[in-house]
Design a protein around this ligand. Sequence first.
Ligand code: BG6
Length: 490
Amino acid sequence: MTRLTIATTCDILVFGGTGDLSLHKLLPALYHLHNDERLPADTRIFCLARRELDDAAFEALVERHCHAHIAAADLDTQAWRSFVSRLNYLSIDASRSSDIDRLAKRLAHSEGRVMVHYLATAPNLFVPIARNLAQAGLAGPESRIVLEKPLGHSLESALDINAAIGEVFDESRIFRIDHYLGKETVQNLMALRFANLLYEPTWRAAFIDHVQITVNETLGVETRGGYYDGSGAMRDMVQNHLLQLLCLVAMEPPVSYNADAVRNEKLKVLEALRPITGQDTYDKTVRGQYAEGSVGGRDVPAYYFEENVDNDSDTETFVAIQAEVQNWRWAGVPFYLRTGKRMAKKTSEIVIQFKPVPHHLFGTEGHANRLLISIQPEERITAQMMAKRPGKGMSLEPVEFDLNLANAFKQSKRRWDAYERLLLDVIEGDSKLFMRRDEVEAAWRWVDTIIEGWGQHYKRPRPYSAGTNGPEQANLLLQRNGHTWHDSER
Ligand code: BG6
């Protein structure tokens, strides 16, 4: 793979520059990088969108949104002023080549300046924008393109996008982002597995009973009803974030920590996923949609009353799946995936449930070992072990060995947001934490089969009250195997 140059000077172009992603995630992340002096000297940031805004209106918009997404303690007035001086706004319709020509003139791009095109737009704009960039001479070897998920809407559309973008940018310059890979604990999962000897020998079907991967949110669809109603939880969360987490749990140790070695191993996991087809899409998955309810003491409407959502919508806001990785390491181990909006609690966690000891020497070993990897809101890894209760006799009890990552690294100041790390990786040309073309396609292949099965066997999602843990069927999915979701035990 071609090695990309680390930018010493850089232009970052955010397409979809006035959208939620830009205002709530990318610009705050760029502010932090600027404040920490991580951006290459003389970096310019261009926000591009169709809205007509003069500089003052743009600055006011950015300030209003970004300030709500930057902790007060990290907002330094002087740093903010100098950050704003890096920002430029240009009203363009990026799907029109004449507008991109205008952008090229404004950039007055000089050789040696790395250009990052961040496409925070709907996927149907990826190809026209990439082609226009090429035509305007803005897709040269010093440029790279970042594609936000979802990459397409199905395998077919992803193949089309990948092929068309591949004609303009070679693979080493395409960064398909999944911000979960930039989260601290997600990367720590690789450290836990591959920098420690303790767990790896038991990290397999002989010792592990099942795995749970949960990404629950309390938020509803907010202002994104239009996008979400055509997408649903399967395409929005499972195809990318949950499958990427599954890959990191299930992958073999890569031979080295470089982009291709890591991604080769993740690809093998995706290819080993047992396809879920036909009647199995009914038996091994649960689709849900939130009905009205109460979240955090606030009454919230049903999904189909949300803005820009069809009032007879069949879109799922909850998915649970019993997946299986068919290879030597994992055959027979259920991997339960679950994600939902308007759930009781915001939690992203991975539970590795070990098998019970083979012989109950003390007669009371009711609890098998369990490793709990909390991604958010807390970053911590907890191992549940059996210990003897103090006093006479061998009365045992599970205790938790707690590795609170935030406390363990107290000396480091602010915790980085995933987007900061990933933006810096793009600038530095490191694609380890980005999805390769074949990975995205393999994930779509698996997901598409399920969606197709739903079309025949599971048209209507099951309602669940907002503020709960999803439909009862999600509990039954595990109960039939003698398992329970971790949260139902709390
Ligand atoms: C995005 C999804 O990729 O991830 C959103 O499109 C979801 O629907 C978000 O809310 C969750 O990310 P995080 O970092 O808040 O867990």
